[in-house]
Design a protein around this ligand. Structure first.
Ligand code: C2O
Ligand code: CU
Ligand code: CU
Length: 478
């Protein structure tokens, strides 16, 4: 039986039981030491987390927690701040760049930054045990190994990730590479990135964070850190639209009324070929990269990307983004047959092909949401959570509950090899992924290589309230 939250549509006033979160962090602040000199890195960014008042499109001011960026070394494109938005600056780099980020915590509590989707070492991954207190800094040094794609960054202190992200802490991390550049996809005005989030505000203007077993929802749509307002003006022609679902818990059922999505990429960059897609479930932390052709619409015409009810007939559809065609200049773009050389991992590469590791997404009394009944503990892992460096494994997530769980694994990107669906179909399974949506009743197998860094990493549900509760575990690559 599917038993969804009634709050799968925007609704004010629905409240779950409040959950008290405590920071369980026994580690002292640790600083990475790196032998690199400033001259040996390509990009240096100072990223400061602090509280700041902003309107962000509202008629009142709200105290957000924001990332403020300062470019110490690099070019203008490496760090682009978004005016009036509470989101952190967009970091844009090329594959192969050596990046240094000096994170400063000016918040009233511990925090640490995680580079979601990037393949970096344990020390650079923002593992919760590295959370630093107010006044401290943490230095990240990493080489960007990932393919071109839309990645992002957000806090990761245990028990507080949901709260801190809700307060505003998040930003995009865009990677470009030669392979993508050769395609000459639409750029400039015709390449648009959208971070979609939901927030609720109190009458006083403060953010209204209400965590529950279902997660924390909001009744106001925020697009790129600003309250959704007028339609976005577009020209006739081809656009590249990229989306991040930056919500704590809300899943969208994306549909393009009057238009069509041609998916070209997912979490970990470009697909081999473009795929037409009418609707899809879009879960927290997932990314969707597509081409949309506005050439055949009339000037003045409006189009809308909507979220349909998650379950047909339950709830209402609502509009996420509206577009208005404003002028006739069109760009010509030849759709390439092959977008990328994306490699498909063969199932037979897995050492445990006939014996996938099984993880059950279940609640446990006294803990809330868990993975196989186990809660997160610093530096604890069981046998199944130990992986040999250099191996390829299949992990299976089974969801016997009525709640969807978007499962995220740190480290390398993975691929989905098999999905036995419950009743709800239409998850994003193509390409390289770092989040896989496991709908009620679903059994999903993913294949992943553990061949880049040794050390302790985490995997968790990206419903951030589930993660904070205890739906997170370590895995160790040895
Ligand atoms: Cu975006 Cu461990 O998370
Ligand atoms: Cu991540
Ligand atoms: Cu979950």
């Amino acid at each position: 039986m599917i038993n969804f939250s009634r709050r799968d549509f925007l609704q004010k006033g629905a409240i779950g039981a409040g959950t008290a979160f405590a920071i369980s962090n026994s580690w002292a602040s640790i600083f990475t030491s790196s032998d690199l000199k400033n001259s040996e890195v390509d990009i240096i960014i100072e990223l400061t987390a602090k509280s700041q008042k902003k309107t962000s499109g509202n008629e009142f001011k709200t105290e957000y927690w924001t990332y403020e960026g300062k470019l110490v070394k690099g070019t203008r494109e490496n760090l682009v701040s978004l005016p009036n938005s509470y989101l952190g600056p967009t970091i844009q780099v090329n594959t192969g760049d050596k990046v240094r980020v000096i994170f400063k915590n000016e918040l009233s509590e511990k925090s640490i930054v995680h580079w979601h989707g990037l393949d970096v070492s344990h020390e650079n991954d923002g593992h919760p045990h590295y959370a630093i207190k107010n006044g401290d800094s943490y230095q990240y040094d990493f080489v960007v190994e990932n393919r071109a794609g839309m990645y992002w960054y957000h806090p990761h202190p245990h028990g507080r990730t949901g709260f801190q992200v809700y307060q505003g802490l998040a930003g995009l991390f865009i990677v470009r590479d030669k392979e993508e550049e050769k395609l000459q996809l639409p750029t400039g005005d015709q390449e648009l990135n959208f971070v979609i989030q939901d927030r609720s505000f109190k009458a006083s203007g403060e953010l209204d964070y209400r965590p529950s077993m279902m997660g924390a929802f909001g009744d106001t749509l925020m697009i790129n850190g600003i309250k959704k307002s007028d339609p976005i003006k577009v020209k006739k022609g081809l656009y590249r639209l990229r989306f991040l679902n930056g919500c704590n818990a809300r899943i969208f059922n994306m549909s393009f009324t009057g238009g069509q999505f041609r998916q070209i990429g997912s979490d970990g960059g470009l697909l081999r070929t473009a795929v037409s897609i009418d609707r899809f479930y879009f879960a927290p932390a997932e990314r969707f990269d597509c081409l949309v052709d506005f050439s055949n619409f009339e000037i003045g015409q409006k189009l809308s990307i909507d979220s349909l009810p998650l379950v047909e007939g339950r709830g209402d559809k609502y509009s996420l983004l509206e577009f208005e065609i404003t002028d006739g200049n069109s760009v010509t773009f030849k759709k390439p047959a092959l977008l990328s050389n994306m490699e498909q991992i063969k199932k037979t590469e897995a050492q445990n092909l006939n014996n996938p590791k099984k993880f059950e997404l279940i609640p446990k009394r006294g803990l809330g949401w868990t993975i196989s009944g186990r809660a997160y503990e610093d530096d604890s892992y069981v046998d199944d959570e130990i992986v040999k460096f250099g191996s390829t494994e299949i992990w299976e997530f089974y969801n016997p509950t009525g709640m969807p769980h978007p499962m995220h694994i740190h480290g390398t990107q993975f691929q989905i090899v098999k999905r036995e669906s419950g009743q709800l179909k239409g998850c994003l399974d193509l390409g390289w992924k770092d989040v896989v949506l496991v709908m009620p009743g679903d059994r999903v197998q993913v294949i992943k290589r553990f061949n880049t860094f040794k050390g302790t990493f985490i995997y968790h549900c990206h419903n951030l309230e589930h993660e904070d509760m205890s739906m997170m575990r370590n895995f160790k690559i040895i």
